[in-house]
Design a protein around this ligand. Structure first.
Ligand code: FE2
Ligand code: FE2
Length: 148
């Protein structure tokens, strides 16, 4: 270590910037949940933002699966669950938002935030070591990260 902050790989930089955008939406949703005032179009936009981010993370998960299949499967399950809850939240709002809306909103918030925290805390350091060749599981992971 020479005291400098480690450089982020391009894929990681993009993921982190997506995460910050999603978190702005999650802050808004937390406030909307507290006030029990939901703008359905904003909820749709937030769930769509998460869906596009998760889809864009697929190559990252494929690379991660080579190094650590368990963590990759866990993160993918979190994505699936967040999107499932998000779809139910939108359905609930379309039906008038009388049942389960606050509960579904809180679950979506918790799952989406948890996924971001786990990726940044546990997974990015691992992927950095792979990208730096300190871990050399196979070439596809490396190729994925070096080509982004
Ligand atoms: Fe994710
Ligand atoms: Fe992510």
């Amino acid at each position: 270590m020479d005291g400098r902050a480690p450089e982020l790989t391009p894929v990681e930089r993009r993921q982190r910037s997506d995460h910050r955008a999603i978190e702005v939406g999650l802050d808004w949703l937390a406030e909307a949940t507290r006030a029990a005032k939901f703008d359905i179009d904003a909820v749709r936009a937030l769930v769509d933002l998460a869906a596009r981010h998760y889809a864009a993370e697929e190559p990252f998960l494929a690379a991660l699966a080579i190094a650590d299949p368990k963590i990759a499967a866990k993160l993918r399950a979190q994505h699936d669950e967040a999107l499932e809850i998000g779809a139910r939240l939108i359905e609930s709002l379309e039906a008038g938002g009388v049942t389960d809306t606050a509960y579904l909103s809180r679950r979506f918030l918790a799952m989406a935030q948890h996924n971001i925290i786990e990726e940044e805390r546990d997974v990015f350091p691992l992927m950095e070591r792979i990208a730096e060749n300190q871990i050399r599981p196979t070439t596809p992971a490396e190729t994925c990260f070096r080509s982004r």
